[in-house]
Ligand binder design. Sequence first.
Ligand code: 8IG
Length: 278
Amino acid sequence: MTHPDPTTHPFEAAEASAAVLAERTGVARHDVAVVLGSGWKPAADRLGEVTAELPVTELGGFPESSVAGHGSTVRSIRNGDRHVLVFMGRVHLYEGHHPNVVAHGVRTAVRAGAGTVVLTNAAGGLRPGMRAGQPVLIADHLNLTGHTPLLGPNDDRLGPRFPDMGDVYTASLRELARTVEPTLEEAVYLGLLGPTYETPAEVAMIGRLGGELVGMSTVLEAIAVAHTGTPLLALSLVTNLAAGLADEVLAHDDVLAVAAASAERMGSLIADLVARLT
Ligand code: 8IG
């Protein structure tokens, strides 16, 4: 059986992937979904007991990884009486993927039953005082990717044509996160296409536009989640100060090293949060 194409049939594709997920994991419904971005993988081991793990490609609708054997997996994790679906990576627009492919994971999670979605990423920090290794709650975003996962005819089974965007990063979930970790600050995330980091002039522009974090992911997934009306929490790990604000040249390996140091602690935070969801 061929899988429905998420670029043309996002609802059917998500529904079909959710059905495969239920069958392969033996879990009929997952309560929460977590997407782990760059540097967040060490957080996975704090989320609970892994009861199943499979390559995302087996769910259908996800692209094959360009590096053989290095595609990402999805885990089904038990946290108390909650079933948590954890994506051990994501796909990005800059890899050449369609916005609906970028959003396929979160749409699958919602069809699989997720009543809360947690998105994580690594980001550059622009706000004065931000430091590498600092986790930050995303309070709102600026979508400057020039793309949306809602292009084309609207499918009312996913959500409305003109979704409200007033509380995408659910205020009550941010409040809950701060009861677990009171030191968490909030910031506005500005999403760009990438894959380049910013020029100094672009960093200056982002600051003037109100961007306090900058990255190449998350905003399209957040739009797809908001479209479905599902509560969302998003966390950025500041792994570098945006170009021009620090002296060093940005290197991806440095970004990952900084992230690893905080990600375990953040895994515990997410686990605590999942346990407190009502
Ligand atoms: I990690 O400084 C990370 N991802 N666009 N700019 C953009 N993406 C990023 C950055 C950054 N740091």
